[in-house]
Ligand binder design. Structure first.
Ligand code: UDP
Ligand code: MG
Length: 319
């Protein structure tokens, strides 16, 4: 029996570009599987879109029996959507990609070839980003530098949410990586197995606009750091030691000044010390709260996503 590739596409308010995505991707996908003697399924996860995306997706499912639509009950975010797609996938290889054509479907034949060569994880690395400004490029590079320093795990610079994983990696993700606070591409790159990278050029969005604002990016980065490293938690020890050394010097200095008969100006010393100490203290407290929030979210054990219905060419099944 032919092997099957599952393409997982997360969709949130993409009505403006969806038709173009489908019309562009399907022929490429069909040609790719025909050439490699594979089969395919195209899984769209509608992440609580508030526009007309769902109707468009239903249209695709009606005309193409290989299309499956997982319709979320509410918006749960890009990562939850990818996880849902991976959960429902039945392929020997799974590829996650965006719905805005920033992840070129032209790369699918190469990915299938890598699966055929026996690779389990295929990271797609951006060589260029048409829509990213200097700020995004610098912060993204700095982020991966910091992550690699702070954590034992390895993060591919410029990696993206465009990746291919074999069925056994998908099974690991389905079974064991069920955290509520997560960094999916970090997991994918650190499960092990046989791994390779392919390069791609990220073009500009076909239509609509990015759903990741600065706040979402900061949150994702913070989640990633707290998820893969406990260095911030240990910051308190170093800050404590540092301030201890600092205060010892100040104590000696003050005693010496006292005996010399010229008492130091207490006001400025106090202001500087207090603001410095409180600054450090609140940062540490903030990090501890961040970990606490993660533990809280995990302990509550709520579902990563809630499915409203699953739509195929055979109709809609409510869950
Ligand atoms: N997306 C999603 N849920 C969200 C936000 C985004 O499923 O809450 C999808 C979106 O439809 C797109 C992909 O995730 O297919 C990447 O989003 P976007 O293009 O906005 O991010 P960027 O490419 O700017 O990082
Ligand atoms: Mg995009």
């Amino acid at each position: 029996m032919a092997k099957k590739i599952s393409i997982v596409v997360s969709v949130y308010n993409e009505e403006q570009g969806l038709n173009q995505f489908y019309d562009h991707t399907c022929p490429i996908l069909e040609a790719a599987v025909a050439a490699a003697d594979w089969d395919y399924e195209l899984i769209f996860v509608n992440d609580g879109s508030r526009d007309n995306s769902l109707d468009l997706l239903k249209g695709f499912a009606t005309k193409n029996p290989k299309v499956k639509v997982v319709n979320f009950a509410a918006n749960r975010g890009h990562e939850a959507a990818m996880i849902a797609g991976i959960d429902i996938s039945a392929g020997d290889g799974v590829v996650c990609m965006d719905a805005d054509l920033q992840h070129p479907p032209e790369a699918i034949p190469e990915i299938i070839a890598k699966f055929d060569e026996g690779y389990d994880v295929i990271s797609m690395v951006r060589t260029a980003r048409a829509d990213a400004g200097l700020f995004k490029k610098i912060t993204s590079a700095a982020f991966y530098k910091v992550m690699n320093k702070m954590s034992k795990a390895n993060f591919e610079n410029n990696s993206s949410d465009f990746f291919g994983i074999s069925r056994r990696v998908a099974l690991v993700l389905k079974k064991d990586y069920r955290e509520r606070v997560r960094f999916l591409r970090g997991y994918v790159q650190n499960v092990g197995y046989k791994k390779t990278t392919l390069e791609f050029k990220a073009s500009a969005r076909v239509a609509g606009q990015s759903n990741y604002n600065l706040r979402a990016l900061v949150k994702l980065s913070l989640n990633a750091i707290c998820n893969f490293s406990d260095a911030p938690l240990k910051m308190g020890i170093y800050a404590g030691l540092l301030s201890l050394a600092f205060s010892l010097i100040l104590i000696i200095y003050s005693i010496v000044q006292y005996f010399l008969g010229n008492a130091p100006d207490g006001y400025s010393t106090l202001v500087v010390l207090i603001s410095f100490m409180f600054g450090i203290l609140f940062i540490i407290l903030g990090f501890i709260s961040e970990y606490l929030a993660i533990i809280f979210a995990e302990v509550k054990n709520r579902p990563i996503y809630i499915v409203d219905s699953i739509i195929t060419s055979e109709g809609e099944e409510r869950c």
